[in-house]
Design a protein around this ligand. Structure first.
Ligand code: PEP
Ligand code: MG
Length: 953
């Protein structure tokens, strides 16, 4: 990257005219070995195309693309011409910066320089600079722009005194990344300046990252030092960036308009008065920049000239950059953006000119701004017009029906119970230490009582243990000592408590141990409870009646902690149907709609909701008759399920006598008797990772053996299909750190991981073989992608089997990766069975992350491409006399059952709750019809067509 250094600067040069100056520069670049002879021609040619005068006495001569080959090393040389050189059109240059660049590395330099160009009288200062150091300082020391936009204005904020208001201002600066964490404390120590009209000014240079100004007004009249306190400016000061603003503010005060700021009801009014960054609710348009060297001087000049033809403001920003938009009419500002090829530009124009200006600007950029351009790849070449500002997310209105993703079947109605963490504001400074200590003490007592209640109510041991840990944290003497020290220094109870909790949590995290990192999350959780108590924020109490839990996203452990008796349904803003959280919801029998969009987080707690987990619908405050119909449907479904449940223990045989086994998916031995009672003819998938996850450290061989033995005991001779440890991807094991991966789903997961840690796998296999005691045991390996992995896993098991003989053992693999399905004809010769994991198979076939917040709704296992892979697998297996099961979520989908049976699948393994329904579904079919339907499905184009085919059959 190009940087400016002292060695590059030649002071006190003279040149009679521009050609002489260019000659001097070229000689210098050649003698310093940056370019080859002949580069002068490039400099001259470039000037002939258009002057490189930049403004403020600076020119940036550089070569053309044709002379780029003459550049040996990218670099710059600066020459000061105190007497000035006429660069044409009466523009006098005091500093010429000769650039030798192979590509667009000089854009960074231009960006730096153009900051300097914003300075007044820089040209004169450059002329007068008496040393290279002084000149460099002028170029580098240029102030950054003052950040002042809508996010930095807080009107009517809750503050009871000056200190709180200061803290609010400092916080806005922190949120805008203008200052570091110590800034608020710095501001508290400086003396505030009264500006009149109840306005106050505070500034500090400490802990400042970039200059910025925040303005806050209190929600009620306040006084400070016996004067009104109506508004406060907090300046994060760096260099002279605030100079222009200060001048404007002074003028405003002299004109007697200070009250406009204090009484402003919109941030826009404040920004307009102060000349800040007015929020862009103007029409805008975006386009990818295709110029090879980015927005360098020449195209920028053309752009600025075009923008100037419109009488009104036009701004430009780079999408996804934190920088504020700049005027598209200012060449120096455009260069200051440093836009590269491939970046997306956004033009924002005043409404009166937008309709003409935006299309013209887009067309000019698209045509290359006077340069030949190579079109961008499609993904970047957006030419997108947003003639209206995007609508902010709004709470859904009563009666709204929102389509989310069907995640767990069933209809549920109840009041919304929002579980969304909101920021809690608190004062930094407290009253007296004694007073604050007392407040904290009271809050701790309250929280302890709350947690006690939770412990009493929790039925699950794992949940109780979590809350007991929280109690212990509250009682930790180290925490309370640290808090006390802070209280003595005048901090508020909330500030002292939160600093200590945060420091302790960070310390836990820094140890890079997954278990301790979890403890950090618990610390923050309990810390927040106390903070909420201190600030009088009511944690919404769980409604008495069963409610619909509304969350942003649920993790499997969140769902596992739920009490199904209280939670009627789950609604999330993000997430997908085959995410593990959805699987847990299904296992608990809680209807769930996921991925319903951000707006659901704005619902009021208590608002009546109706969710249909089969269709993925949410109805907000449903009309009485819609609610009645839905509840009738719920009841008739319940009646159907009841009828199915009555026959749950009978086999599933089609009307023409074809039997399909229906097994259960489980994650632990507990409840195996209930699973059998629900009609399971065996276990088709024991997810052993859930057993590992339920322990604080890897369970030893004896613990595992006991667990597997319990499952086999409960099955009383029915087969058990066990999957060896399947972690990695979205299923981390807290105590088994896995190197961070860019794409964990495509990384070391499943069999790949366990083969890398053979001792873990061997110990699991031994535990399984020992626990079998000659009962029917089937072991399968997850995420097998090819023959090698299968053979390694098989050989390891066979070796151990020599030590621990088992009479009824079959070895198979899960088909979850398309390569395994396509290789099924080869694998079928060697395995005893296949079990198709349609959750992952769908994910990898359709290239859609199964938990993707917006796409996972399209990851439908009934996609014909997935059905084709199932078909290949079944045909291959049957050709070799082997059996095939399905243990992914698709097996429980009532629409999928006829197709899976028709494709010849021998066993369907579903969560215990679905067994009766799946069996009933099989009993409605004839094999011949199902086969014909499956053949039709294979030739459809989309999952929707397949669903329609079945529903209309
Ligand atoms: C599957 O991928 O379909 C499967 C059963 O495994 P899991 O959902 O546990 O990844
Ligand atoms: Mg899987």
């Amino acid at each position: 990257m190009l940087e400016l250094t002292l060695e590059q600067i030649s002071m006190g040069q003279t040149a009679v005219d521009k050609p002489a100056a260019l000659q001097l520069l070229a000689d210098h670049l050649v003698s310093d070995g940056l370019v080859a002879d002949g580069y002068l021609a490039g400099l001259q040619a470039r000037e002939a195309q258009g002057s490189t005068f930049l403004g403020q006495g600076i020119a940036i001569p550089h070569g053309t693309p044709q002379t780029r080959d003459l550049v040996f090393t990218t670099g710059v040389r600066l020459m000061q011409f105190p007497e000035g050189v006429d660069w044409g059109d009466g523009q006098i240059v005091y500093l010429a910066i000769g650039i030798a660049a192979k590509s667009d590395e000089h854009l960074r330099l231009l960006q730096l320089l153009t900051r300097a160009l914003g300075e007044t009288d820089l040209g004169e200062a450059l002329r007068r600079a008496s040393s290279a150091e002084a000149l460099l300082k002028l170029l580098q020391g240029a102030a950054q722009e003052l950040a002042l936009d809508a996010q930095m204005i807080g009107l009517g904020v809750a503050a009871d005194d000056f200190d709180e208001l200061v803290w609010r201002g400092a916080r806005l600066l922190r949120q805008a990344d203008c200052v570091g964490s110590g800034f608020a404390a710095m501001l508290q120590q400086v003396e505030a300046l009264p500006l009149g009209d109840g306005l106050w000014w505070l500034h500090s240079e400490q802990a400042v990252k970039r200059p910025g100004l925040a303005f806050v007004t209190p929600h009620k009249p306040l006084r400070y030092l016996d004067q009104p306190l109506n508004g406060l400016f907090c300046l994060a000061s760096l260099g002279e960036a605030h100079q222009a603003l200060l001048e404007r503010l002074c003028a405003l005060l002299i004109e007697g308009r200070g009250h406009e700021l204090c009484r402003a009801t919109s941030t826009r009014a404040v920004l307009e008065a102060l000349g800040g960054e007015v929020p862009a609710d103007w029409p805008s348009a975006r386009i990818g920049l295709a110029n090879a060297q980015g927005l360098h001087a020449r195209p920028a000049k053309i752009l600025a000239q075009l923008a100037k033809q419109f009488e009104g403001e036009i701004r430009l920003r780079i999408v996804d950059s934190p920088e504020n938009p700049v005027s598209a009419k200012s060449l120096s500002k455009l260069l200051g953006l440093g836009a590269h090829r491939g970046q997306v530009l956004e033009f924002i124009a005043e409404p009166s000119i937008a309709a003409d200006a935006l299309p013209a600007l887009l067309a000019a950029v698209e045509e290359g701004l006077g340069e030949e351009i190579e079109p961008l790849p499609l993904a970047v070449a957006v030419v997108e017009e947003v003639l209206e500002a995007p609508a902010p997310v709004q709470a859904p209105i009563a009666g709204a029906v929102i389509q989310g993703i069907a995640a767990a079947p069933g209809i549920a109605a109840g009041p919304a119970h929002l579980h969304v963490q909101r920021e809690i504001d608190y004062p930094l400074r407290g009253e007296t230490p004694v007073f604050e200590r007392e407040r904290l003490h009271k809050a701790l007592v309250e929280v302890r009582e709350d947690i006690d209640g939770l412990i009493q109510r929790s039925k699950a041991k794992a949940i109780r243990e979590i809350f007991v840990t929280h109690q212990e944290m509250l009682d930790d003497p180290e925490l309370t000592d640290d808090v006390d020290n802070r209280l003595k220094q005048g901090e508020s109870a909330a500030a002292a408590w939160m600093s200590v909790i945060e420091a302790a949590a960070r310390q836990q995290e820094s140890l890079h141990d997954a278990l301790l990192a979890e403890r950090a999350a618990d610390l923050r959780d309990v810390g927040r409870r106390v903070l909420a108590q201190l600030c009088g924020i009511e944690t919404p109490h769980e409604p008495e009646e069963p409610y619909i839990l509304v969350m942003d996203e649920v993790g499997p452990s969140d769902v596992a902690r739920l009490d199904p008796a209280r939670v009627a349904g789950i609604l999330t803003a993000r997430g997908g149907a085959t995410a593990h959280s959805a699987i847990v919801a299904r296992a608990l029998g809680i209807p769930a709609v996921v991925g319903a969009g951000e707006a659901v987080l704005l619902l009021d707690s208590g608002c009546p909701l109706l969710i249909d987990g089969q269709r993925g619908h949410l109805t907000v405050a449903p009309a009485a008759d819609a609610l009645r119909r839905a509840l009738e449907e719920r009841d008739s479904r319940a009646a159907r399920l009841q009828a199915a449940a009555a026959r749950r223990l009978e086999p599933a045989v089609t009307r023409d006598g074809h039997a399909v086994e229906v097994f259960a998916n489980i994650g632990e031995s507990a409840g195996i008797a209930a699973v059998v009672d629900q009609g399971a003819e065996g276990v088709g998938l024991l997810r052993t990772e859930l057993i590992f996850m339920a322990h604080q450290q890897a369970p030893d061989e004896a613990t595992q053996e006991a667990e597997y033995r319990r499952v086999l005991d409960g099955l009383a001779g029915r087969p058990l299909v066990v999957r060896t440890l399947d972690v990695g991807g979205d299923k981390p094991l807290p105590y088994w750190p896995i190197a961070k991966e860019e794409n964990p789903f495509l990384g070391v997961r499943g069999i790949r991981l366990t083969l890398q840690r053979p001792q873990v796998m061997e110990s699991q296999l031994r535990a399984l073989l020992r626990g079998a005691d000659n009962r029917p045991l089937r072991i399968m390996f997850p995420m097998v992608g090819g023959v090698e992995e299968w053979r390694q896993a098989r050989d390891m098991t066979e070796r151990l089997r020599q030590e621990i003989p088992v009479a009824d053992l079959q070895l198979g693999i899960m088909i979850e990766v398309p390569s395994a399905a396509l290789l099924a004809p080869v694998l079928a010769r060697e395995v005893d069975f296949f079990s198709i994991g349609t959750n992952d198979l769908t994910q990898y076939t359709l290239a859609i992350d199964r938990g993707h917040p917006t796409l996972s709704g399209q990851a439908d296992g009934l996609h014909p491409a997935v059905l084709q892979l199932i078909d290949i697998t079944v045909r291959a297996a049957h050709a070799h006399g082997k059996w095939v099961g399905i243990c992914g979520e698709l097996a429980a989908d009532p629409v999928a059952v006829p197709l899976l049976v028709g494709l010849g699948v021998d066993e369907l393994s579903v969560s215990a709750r679905s067994i009766a329904e799946v069996k009933a579904g099989v009993r409605e079919l004839t094999l011949a019809d199902a086969q014909a339907l499956a053949q039709q499905a294979l030739i459809q184009g989309t999952a929707a067509q397949v669903r329609a085919l079945v529903e209309n059959a």
